[in-house]
Design a protein around this ligand. Sequence first.
Ligand SMILES: [Zn+2]
Length: 175
Amino acid sequence: MPTCLPLVHRRCHACASERLRPSGKFRVNANHKLLDAWLLALCTACGETAKLTVLERMTVRSIRPELLDRLHDNDPGLTAELLQDPAVQRRNRFDLDWDDAWRLDTGGSDHLDRDMIDVAVRFAARIPVRPARLIAEGCLLSRAEVDRLITEGKIVSAVRLGGKLSGDFTFTLKR
Ligand SMILES: [Zn+2]
């Protein structure tokens, strides 16, 4: 689950940094009946402001009033939603850097002494993570042990455990 907003991975136009921090603020500009809205982000190195386009020359009537209210109120939940919106990411050519912006909640470790456990992993946001890393942390194993158990067929899953995942999966651990 996320613990804070992720960083925006995009080149700053004023310096060589590639990380922008979402400011949590929006700028809305209405010109006659057309409206633009941007999500503002600040370069983590030089502080320069970058504008990420949310709405571009939209007629005011075509925008849901609820969305306008949230833009004007700098709704923190809206920032999180828009950052993860694939359409917003494509339009502004960025992806997200989730390092240090999430944590694993295991709900305790009581089950770990059993011979066999079935585990369901739920993602509260689409955060790309190596499943082996989650399994190691959640099952109190080293990464080397997890790799060995996968090789020996003692950790099995319908998904590939080698790469990164950002969606729910299950696995079985046998000892
Ligand atoms: Zn910069």
